[in-house]
Design a protein around this ligand. Sequence first.
Ligand code: ITT
Length: 197
Amino acid sequence: MKLIFATNNLHKVEEIKAVINDSFQVIALKEAGIDMDIPEPHETLEANASEKSRTIYHLTKTGCFSEDTGLEVAALNGEPGVKSARYAGEGRSFDRNIEKLLQKLQDKPDKSARFRTVISLIIEGRETLFEGVCPGRIIDEKRGTRGFGYDPVFIPDGSDKTFGEMSLEEKTKYSHRTKATEKLVAFLNSLEPINKF
Ligand code: ITT
């Protein structure tokens, strides 16, 4: 089955392909010849994920999925959450987002946080959502240069390394994105054969 992944974030593509392997053919927007930055105007990850997959489904009428991910920090009442990409402003700078986060958390003893991913899949006009959560904590300064976004300051429960210090394979073991993608794959595998091709 061929599925368009409605994203422009190549890190996400790499991480999701590592979980999906060769079971399904996943094509990012660029590979599908679509040059579009889909707006994410909503207040929830679910609504933004739906917006992205619905936009591409209506355009292509091809099976597609998208995902929206947020870092939810307990001491900040779930911030940056749905605003994770633009936390420090429209520039979408990973470094400035991290700086703002660390500054806001400076005096807070509770550093617990979680990444939450919501995938929206649309096949033959029917939408299904899948969620993946990775609990962990934020550290006071950046460690590691791998991954993207908030990875250098996030340590998942069960590890002493940040995502920024992990290889793709290691991050995949813990990641919110892996958990949501595994649910997506299980769902796709459960579809009647007639829907698969
Ligand atoms: P799309 O094209 O898929 O929308 P995006 O980069 O805009 O790509 P999001 O709207 O989901 O993606 O942005 C969420 C932000 O949260 C992203 O820019 C990162 O800063 C951060 N983020 C998401 N997943 C992450 C991960 O696995 N590790 C670290 N930070 C992550």
